[in-house]
Design a protein around this ligand. Structure first.
Ligand code: PLP
Length: 404
């Protein structure tokens, strides 16, 4: 009874259910007896010229507090990058350097919403959004991505869940967990829907340089109304996940509000980290290209292995993930995903897979309701791990179904 009273008075966030990925991640962290396919963590080291630039900064520059929005030279380099990749002529003043894409997304959600506002989030979507919306006190409204179309958004279904409280349309192409790349026509339609309903677009483009087929189209390049925040990161293209540096591009009137949030979080990113990031943008791109080719080869390998088991359903066109149905009957998994009715417990499955086969994957339930018959495999793991991991996963999935 005393416990109940105590629990009832706990602050809101302590009551939030943690995403199952946290538990799985903690179970396997640092274990080298496990085939790791669970996280989007490049198995490459950060390219040496980036590390050297950071080292030089540590030796030669004062590591003091810095400008909240980021070093001017880095913001300039980012503006050039945004013009090249995102096809948008941003001024450096529109760019904010943030603690990873994560920090950019959180700052954006805090800036764009008040508690109770609704944010449209894909289903399935990256697990990190759950916690950010919880921190902002915003409500998550899911819109479906459809398995049968290679996990593209269902635009009619999206329209049907918009209400008077909807403020933000969150987009993520190339996508996590599916690796889908939205075609230009889809991005244009999404921008139109946002304009019709007076929504902000929060465009998570953390994988915008990892596209194997198709082209990257930033909503920013199509938007007429200055209603888009675009988020990017050094984590994926340059294998810098642990450096914790990313950025956002926003309409100038938002920058003050956004920078107050970044200042409240960290004040500024460390100077040496920003120098590393500058070297990533301005230095040789050869290692980034090599990593890109390796991810594409691994994507092809994963598709070949899945085909050889008769379990191919779609070809991811970007990022480094593939969703694999683990329910035994591909047709049934896809149909149930498209109707969002699966009762398969992907978390239990993922935990048994670790215990029985020492293979770690991300359970589909971590990403929403529509991928709950699936496991997400990270193609950022090396080819050998991938081959053995997929074979072990499918073999175990068959056995699991027999005993279910
Ligand atoms: N957005 C998506 C879709 C991601 O998959 C990730 C990381 O996996 C992030 C954002 C955040 O990346 P970071 O904070 O490392 O930049």
């Amino acid at each position: 009874m005393a416990d109940e009273r105590f629990n009832a008075r706990l602050p809101r966030l302590t009551q939030q259910a943690p995403n199952p990925m946290f538990r799985i991640g903690a179970q396997v962290h640092g274990r080298d007896d496990i085939l790791h396919l669970e996280f989007g963590e490049p198995d490459f080291a950060t390219p040496p010229h980036i590390v050297e630039a950071a080292e030089r900064s540590l030796h030669e520059e004062k590591q003091g507090y810095g400008p909240v929005c980021g070093l001017a030279s880095l913001r300039e380099a980012l503006a050039e990058r945004v013009a090249r990749v995102n096809k948008y002529g941003a001024t450096p003043e529109q760019i904010l350097v943030t603690p990873g894409g994560t920090g950019a997304l959180l700052a954006s959600l805090l800036c764009l919403t008040v508690p109770g506002d609704e944010v449209l989030v894909p289903d399935p979507a990256w697990a990190g959004y759950d916690g950010m919306l919880a921190v902002a006190g915003a409500r998550m409204t899911r819109y479906p991505l459809v398995a049968g179309t290679g996990w593209q958004p269902d635009l009619e279904a999206l329209r049907s869940v918009i209400t008077a409280r909807t403020r933000v349309l969150l987009l993520n192409s190339p996508s996590n967990p599916a690796g889908a790349v939205y075609p230009a026509a889809t991005i244009a339609a999404l921008v139109e829907i946002a304009e019709e309903h007076d929504l902000w677009i929060l465009s998570d483009e953390c994988y915008d340089e990892l596209i194997y087929e198709g082209e990257h189209v930033s909503p920013l390049s199509l938007d007429q109304n200055q209603r888009v925040i675009t988020v990017g990161t050094f984590s994926k293209t340059y294998a810098m996940t642990g450096w914790r540096i990313g950025w956002l591009v926003a309409p100038l009137p938002l920058i003050n509000g956004l920078s107050i949030i970044v200042a409240a979080q960290v004040n500024n990113l460390p100077t040496f980290v920003q120098r590393g990031a500058e070297a990533a943008l301005l230095g040789p791109q050869q290692s980034a290209h090599e990593m890109f080719r390796a991810y594409r080869d691994r994507r092809d390998l994963a598709v070949t292995v899945l085909r050889s088991y008769g379990r191919f359903s779609y070809r991811p066109e970007g990022a480094f993930y593939v969703l694999v149905d683990v329910t035994g009957d591909l047709g049934a998994a896809q149909a149930s995903s498209d109707q969002s009715t699966s009762s398969f417990d992907s978390v239990r499955f993922a935990e048994s897979l670790i215990a029985e086969r020492r293979i770690a994957v991300a359970p589909g339930a971590a990403f929403g309701t529509r991928a709950s018959s699936y496991a997400r495999l990270s193609l950022a793991s090396n080819s050998d791990t991938l081959k053995r991991g997929i074979a072990g996963l499918l073999d175990y999935a068959r056995e699991y179904q027999r005993h279910a």
